[in-house]
Design a protein around this ligand. Structure first.
Ligand code: HEC
Length: 126
């Protein structure tokens, strides 16, 4: 189970590394859901449901690393961030650079327009 899980995560990271900037990939589907798909390998948008990362339900306005019952890295817990449009944009640009020591194994979304689509979507999650 665990190793399947890591394989899944590794392929998610690969997909990000390889597939993010290819032109014309987003045509068939709304760009927003395409961009967020890479997150769903590790994140649920259902309250209280942990996949590998913490649930992203109600993430807007939440203090980073504060969801009860999720085993965050010390780095994220003590980052002092509160999630809003600006901090989410910074985080998703390069998680490991924004919060050194985070255990989110995700390289980031280099394209600002795609990042904004994901952030706008995150802000709607209740
Ligand atoms: C390979 C798995 C993985 C992928 C892919 C991934 N995440 Fe994460 N995410 C995590 C883990 C693990 C954490 C907890 C990090 C920590 O404790 O340092 C996390 C934490 C977060 C947090 C902080 C939540 C909180 O409660 O403070 C946000 C926001 C987030 N991820 C958003 C995203 C978004 C948006 C994407 C897609 C663009 C994404 N993640 C992709 C694994 C992942």
């Amino acid at each position: 189970m665990r190793s399947t899980f890591w394989a899944l995560c590794a392929s998610a990271v690969m997909a990000v590394a390889l597939g993010n900037s290819g032109p014309g990939r987003a045509e068939a589907q709304p760009v927003q859901s395409t961009a967020f798909t890479q997150c769903t390998a590790c994140h649920s948008i259902e309250a209280g449901r942990t996949v590998f990362g913490p649930s992203l339900a109600g993430v807007a306005g939440r203090r980073a690393g504060s969801l009860p019952g999720y085993n965050y890295s010390a780095a994220l817990r003590s980052s002092g961030l509160t999630w809003n449009a600006a901090t989410l944009d910074r985080w998703l640009t390069a998680p490991q650079r924004t919060v050194p020591g985070t255990k989110m194994p995700f390289a980031g979304i280099p394209d600002p327009a795609r990042r904004k689509q994901v952030v706008d979507y995150l802000l709607t999650l209740r």
